[in-house]
Design a protein around this ligand. Structure first.
Ligand SMILES: NC(=O)c1ccc[n+]([C@@H]2O[C@H](COP(=O)([O-])OP(=O)(O)OC[C@H]3O[C@@H](n4cnc5c(N)ncnc54)[C@H](OP(=O)(O)O)[C@@H]3O)[C@@H](O)[C@H]2O)c1
Length: 283
């Protein structure tokens, strides 16, 4: 794989635990600089202590998007430029669609989608003037094919995927790359403190979203994905001369992506006779 080896400055959100913390550590160990954000700055003390010259920590809660421009300006002031933005901060809401409150939906979209978009908007002027940059958006296996119980969480990630596909085509000619990362289950705090439950628990959904919620619960601490290896894969994609639009992480997500591609093909072919001949007949 052809790679570009110059060192970069990264802004990574959600670095307190899990994928964000592991990625920050991998990137710092590789010699790059990291502006790491978390809601609680104390959670970043270990990274700053280990790499005082190349790691700066800042507090950022994505439910307060008004802070985003000043956080990005501070990163640029400290390091002179930003080469990579990683929209990693995020959390899930589990429950049947009917059970999820409007407040829960709105907050989940605010953090996982609107917060990420506001960060992208804040870093793009600098990246455009440099003529280079890389936006990495952490999506999910729920955006490959969604599960019962993850309607809203999955929707936030599908929204991020849709926006990223478009963004990649808009900024590609300006020298800026976009990568969506699709992790399967990784051993982080996601299923624990980062998973919110819907208020209701309707019996009607016990066999669908209820079953899925229990399955998630049983997976805690046994997820096959290693966050450090995920970090190394993201670093390799960013350092590649030809980074992918989608980086699928782990065997589970690879198998799921292949099954989804085959199922889409089967359905498309099965309904082609009905769906295709719906255009005006050429005269
Ligand atoms: N682990 C998996 O299996 C998996 C699979 C697919 C996708 N993902 C995605 O991976 C990303 C990272 O999650 P993780 O697995 O590493 O879980 P994690 O260990 O729980 O980390 C989640 C991070 O998001 C931050 N966060 C949550 N709400 C926030 C808010 N309002 N403002 C700012 N930051 C906020 C958390 O910060 P606090 O410390 O302040 O709570 C934490 O740093 C998420 O986008 C998640 O959707 C994870």
């Amino acid at each position: 794989m052809e790679t570009q080896q110059d060192s970069r400055t990264w802004l990574i959100t959600g670095c307190s635990t899990g994928l964000g913390h592991a990625l920050a550590r991998v990137v710092l160990a590789a010699g790059d600089r990291v502006f790491a954000t978390a809601r609680n700055g104390a959670a970043l003390a270990d990274l700053v202590a280990e790499y005082p010259d190349r790691c700066v920590a800042a507090e950022l809660d994505l439910t307060e998007p008004g802070r985003i421009p000043e956080v990005v300006a501070e990163a640029v002031r400290r390091f002179g430029r930003l080469d990579v933005l990683v929209n990693n901060a995020g959390y899930g809401v589990v429950g049947a669609l009917e059970e999820i409150s409007v407040e829960q939906m709105t907050r989940n979209f605010q953090v996982n989608f609107f917060g990420a978009i506001a960060l992208i908007q804040a870093v793009l002027p600098g990246m455009r003037s440099q003529g280079s940059g890389h936006v990495v958006n952490i999506s999910a296996a729920a955006a490959i094919a969604n599960y019962p119980g993850f309607s809203v969480y999955g929707a936030t990630k599908w929204a991020l995927e849709g926006a990223s596909e478009s963004l990649a085509q808009e900024v590609g000619p300006l020298g800026i790359r976009v990568t969506l990362v699709e992790p399967g289950p990784f051993r982080t705090d996601f299923i624990g403190r980062s998973l919110e439950r819907a208020a209701g628990a309707l019996e009607a959904y016990a066999g669908t979203s209820g079953k899925f919620a229990k399955l998630l619960q049983g997976m805690q601490g046994r997820q096959p994905g290693d966050p450090e290896k995920a970090g190394r894969a993201v670093l390799a994609a960013v350092r590649s001369a030809n980074p992918p639009l989608r980086l699928v992480l782990g065997k589970y997500a690879h198998d799921k992506r292949r099954r989804q591609l085959a199922a889409l093909e089967t359905e498309l072919a099965g309904w082609q006779e009905v769906g295709q001949p719906t255009e005006f007949t050429a005269r």
